[in-house]
Write a protein that binds this ligand. Structure first.
Ligand SMILES: O=C(NCCO)c1cc(-c2ccc(F)cc2)cc(O)c1O
Ligand SMILES: [Mg+2]
Length: 215
């Protein structure tokens, strides 16, 4: 991926979006990615699917694995209820730096906390560090080969509870076949697939997978 995208999108947002207006920041990012250069944000089309599941869950404690430039954290933050919070794990310090700037520019720094590090290093201590027992909503959008490992980790650490909603991006492209096989064959998850398109593309298939945890 183009390592120079994050600083360019940050610069574009600072120059073209309205400070403190989270909806405008989201729109400015989407317009840039449709017109100037594609980036690996969940995007507006799959973002609307995320929004709908997020509102249905109406979560208090939200976990995101894979923050990138903060786009999906912003989408969820604008739908958060009073005293709800988003914790988002990001392994790349370059991405985390840009995400922090964009989230702060949008005025959401109190609702979104970026946890820097590898997911398997952050997850074991996240409950005590963040004062959370279990998460009500989880959005998985990081390295596709780590989705299954990290879901199993969430289960083993008791970080998800009866009814937790887990949304996974890119289950078609780039794809996470072992994750899909795991959740769809497990009696502990009720799965729903949402066919869509790869972000900012009209002719490449992708999908989101919703899995409700029912241990
Ligand atoms: O790697 C991804 N995320 C983790 C790092 O932030 C990612 C990649 C792609 C993608 C890949 C290759 C291509 F050709 C087009 C898109 C898309 C996504 O939605 C993603 O989340
Ligand atoms: Mg993605």
């Amino acid at each position: 991926h183009d390592e120079e995208f994050p600083p360019r999108i940050l610069d574009h947002v600072m120059k073209n979006a309205i400070k403190g207006d989270v909806t405008n920041v989201i729109d400015v990012i989407d317009k840039y990615c449709w017109s100037v250069e594609i980036a690996m944000n969940v995007g507006d089309v799959k973002g609307a699917i995320l929004d709908k599941s997020f509102l249905e869950a109406s979560p208090k404690n939200v976990l995101e694995i894979g923050c990138y430039c903060g786009y999906s954290a912003l989408r969820m933050s604008r739908l958060l209820k009073e005293d709800a919070k988003i914790f988002t794990i990001e392994a790349s310090s370059q991405y985390a730096d840009v995400a922090q700037e964009i989230i702060s520019f949008a005025g959401m720094e109190k609702k979104v906390q970026i946890l820097r590090g590898l997911s398997d290093e952050v997850l074991p201590t996240i409950a005590e560090k963040c004062g959370v027992r279990t998460f009500d909503f989880v959005f998985i959008d990081h390295a596709k080969e780590l989705y299954k490992r990290d879901l199993i980790m969430l289960e083993n650490l008791g970080l998800i509870r009866q009814g937790t909603t887990i949304m996974a991006d890119n289950v078609i492209f780039p794809g996470c076949p072992d994750y899909l096989e795991y959740v769809r064959n497990s009696p502990k998850f009720e799965c729903t697939n949402y066919p869509s398109k790869l972000e900012y593309c009209e002719n490449r298939e992708d999908a989101m997978e919703k899995s409700i945890y029912l241990p």
